[in-house]
Ligand binder design. Structure first.
Ligand SMILES: *[C@@H]1O[C@H](CO)[C@@H](O)[C@H](O)[C@H]1NC(C)=O
Ligand SMILES: *[C@@H]1O[C@H](CO)[C@@H](O)[C@H](O)[C@H]1NC(C)=O
Ligand SMILES: *[C@@H]1O[C@H](CO)[C@@H](O)[C@H](O)[C@H]1NC(C)=O
Ligand SMILES: *[C@@H]1O[C@H](CO)[C@@H](O)[C@H](O)[C@H]1NC(C)=O
Ligand SMILES: *[C@@H]1O[C@H](CO)[C@@H](O)[C@H](O)[C@H]1NC(C)=O
Ligand SMILES: *[C@@H]1O[C@H](CO)[C@@H](O)[C@H](O)[C@H]1NC(C)=O
Ligand SMILES: *[C@@H]1O[C@H](CO)[C@@H](O)[C@H](O)[C@H]1NC(C)=O
Length: 580
């Protein structure tokens, strides 16, 4: 009961039933469509006449209808797809898209096709929302969906721009996030799938994921092989023996990175309990005061010692917001949101949730006090690309730290919980952090199984994963007492695969006795065991003995270590401040 259900994304399996569902979805959307939809449909009508307008949308791989003399790049580029026939069909039948004269143009076309269908998904979800008055669960799910699909659109826009500017790593990071959000919408609807409209929308989103995956696979191949399309293939992972091109030589030379939240930042505003002598009495008011979309400027909020009982949201438009506290345990932001409450999802249970890029925090505690018997209850959720969190503490039980999407750097942090307490589908780097398992059950001596991580990568081309470098994995003092009283019933694992391509590595870390010899825990049956990548290298401690590890975990070959450096994994050398 403590465990979330495994969700197997059924990736764009082409079949004729699906195609009919898509046609129906298109027709339904047509009836109640938005302005955007009207535009795309009218374009379709102009080009194909009424009966063929489905050609404009997600396609099923029937007979190829393209002209081989003009689609050279399409068939080359679609070698990077997990489903080349659908890829070729969707690109070659997408009239009205940008012109494609080069391989890069073809990747742009794949993004365009994905985004065009994303707009349709948005209008389908709007329809669900409009039809859900009086149904709290469904209207909440639809609202979450609209929010995350907008993030998906935003990240897709950035992807296209980065690709034009030659920023292949950024474009991969952003397109990976676009997929995260499309999947989140699917996932939100899954829990309210009582109507046929919801069913159709889920099927549509599933196909949309396939289209987005095509674009992402092309970027992965472009990054690694450039225009040598003879080398392009469907995305492979470390499990297939595929190691990405890296900068610098191998052998761990990239592991001396030093950077973090700069010292001596000048506060723009101050927050203190009660407000006396400060600018604001709540953290949220201070966040609201930050300028919108000021990409080149930090907005530093000094949060003085005190316990702030509030839910804090840093929205997309508040960029480079910095939280400076008076120290761990002194400045405390606390909440108790959890999925047991009406209308609350894991996503919005977070005490602090950050979406704006460039977030930084230092010297504070963020906690969720919902307790060990209420399931998912997030303390900190982050979607902030290029975020730096140093010397912070995160306290909770199940799902403490939701490193949801994009590139995040945590240094010298203390993260406490029990079930899946570091999870999400970001590319996150944990440098010298203390990871502590806390007791969880009503009847704590009975025993339990805890997974420290549950990384949620859904696609082999996604940029994401968790890297732990120089961390300590231990239990709290209280937990270790319990543990030693009967080690055989208290099982702790480094991670388990929330999604099919889960990726997590532990490098030069101390794994204390509480980590079981198995090391890693299955999610459900053999789900993801052939596709995940769980790597270890050069760890110490009595939990680091690898002789009893599950067969589906790996030792990272020394020559590929550099793949997981701050530079190569999250390009941290380009954005984490290195001066005081
Ligand atoms: C809404 O969801 C909660 C659990 O999240 C469930 O207990 C409740 O029955 C649902 N309500 C409806 C009307 O489906
Ligand atoms: C979508 O995101 C944009 C930022 O790119 C924002 O201005 C807009 O308000 C958002 N729309 C919704 C419905 O959230
Ligand atoms: C993405 O770009 C399009 C075209 O410029 C724009 O209309 C749309 O609002 C953008 N989406 C977001 C979420 O910013
Ligand atoms: C939708 O819900 C039904 C039960 O109401 C379930 O059997 C089915 O698997 C769900 N569909 C999906 C795609 O999750
Ligand atoms: C939705 O789909 C599921 C299976 O995917 C099915 O069991 C259920 O009956 C469908 N519900 C409606 C209302 O169509
Ligand atoms: C792990 O925790 C125990 C109990 O609190 C403590 O004695 C031990 O020193 C810790 N290990 C590390 C490596 O910090
Ligand atoms: C690792 O575990 C194996 C079997 O459990 C044991 O034989 C071996 O001595 C251990 N190695 C170390 C270094 O503790």
């Amino acid at each position: 009961m403590y465990f979330k259900k495994a969700i197997k994304p059924q990736h764009h399996q082409p079949n004729s039933k699906r195609f009919i569902v898509l046609l129906m979805a298109t027709f339904l959307s047509m009836c109640i469509g938005s302005l955007v939809l009207f535009f795309s449909l009218s374009t379709a009508l102009r080009h194909h006449g009424h009966h063929n307008n489905h050609d404009h949308f997600v396609g099923a791989p029937t007979q190829p209808i393209y002209n081989p003399s003009t689609n050279g790049f399409i068939s080359e580029a679609c070698k990077a797809s997990r489903d080349p026939p659908t890829c070729e069909y969707s690109l070659s039948s997408s009239s009205g898209g940008p012109p494609y004269q080069t391989l890069l143009d073809t990747i742009q076309l794949a993004i365009w096709v994905s985004q065009k269908n994303l707009r349709i998904a948005q209008s389908m979800v709007s329809d669900i929302l409009a039809a859900s008055a009086g149904n709290l669960n469904r209207s909440n799910a639809a609202k979450t969906c609209l929010e995350v699909l907008n993030y998906s659109d935003y990240r897709s826009n950035l992807t296209a721009a980065a690709l034009r500017g030659g920023g292949i790593k950024d474009s991969r990071a952003w397109m990976s996030a676009a997929l995260v959000y499309q999947y989140d919408c699917w996932s939100a609807l899954k829990y309210v799938n009582g109507t046929s409209k919801v069913n159709e929308t889920m099927a549509f989103l599933n196909d949309l994921l396939g289209l987005s995956s095509n674009a992402l696979g092309m970027m992965l191949n472009f990054d690694n092989f450039g225009e040598k399309t003879e080398l392009w293939t469907a995305p492979k992972t470390e499990r297939d023996g595929f190691w990405e091109r890296v900068d610098g030589s191998g052998g761990g030379s990239g592991f001396g990175f030093k950077g973090g939240v700069p010292a001596m930042l000048k506060p723009d505003v101050t927050v203190c309990k009660g407000g006396g002598g400060c600018d604001y009495a709540t953290v949220q008011e201070a966040v609201n005061a930050a300028p919108d979309n000021a990409p080149e400027r930090r907005f530093v909020i000094l949060i003085k010692a005190g316990v702030y009982e509030e839910t804090v949201r840093v929205p997309l438009e508040k960029k480079n917001v910095v939280f400076l506290g008076d120290g761990i345990g002194k400045t405390v932001i606390t909440g108790s949101g959890n999925v047991g409450q009406p209308g609350v999802s894991t996503y919005n249970s977070a005490t602090v949730g950050v979406v704006g890029d460039g977030f930084m925090a230092s010297g504070l505690t963020i906690q969720n006090t919902a307790g060990p018997d209420v399931h998912q209850a997030v303390a900190f959720r982050s979607d902030s690309d290029l975020s730096v969190v140093e010397n912070c503490e995160f306290l909770g039980n199940q799902d403490t730290l939701y490193a949801h999407a994009l590139r995040q750097y945590y240094k010298l942090c203390r993260i406490q919980g029990n079930v899946d307490f570091v999870f999400g589908n970001s590319a996150s780097f944990f440098d010298s952090c203390l990871i502590l398992v806390a007791p969880r059950q009503i009847n704590p001596t009975k025993g339990e199984k805890n997974a420290v991580t549950a990384h949620g990568r859904i696609d082999p081309a996604q940029f994401t994963g968790f890297v732990f470098l120089g961390c300590v994995i231990n239990g709290t003092e209280e937990y270790m007492k319990l543990y030693y009283s009967k080690p055989s019933v208290h099982k702790n694992y480094l991670g388990r695969p929330w999604k099919e391509y889960s990726r997590t590595v532990f490098i030069q870390s101390t794994l204390e006795a509480l980590i079981t010899p198995d090391g890693w825990l299955p999610w459900s049956g053999d789900f993801a065991l052939k596709t995940l990548y769980y790597g270890e290298f050069d760890n110490v401690g009595s939990g680091a003995n690898i002789s009893g590890r599950v067969s589906w975990s790996s030792q990272i070959p020394a020559e590929y270590m550099n793949r997981y450096s701050v530079q190569n994994f999250i390009q941290g050398d380009q954005w984490i401040p290195t001066s005081g």
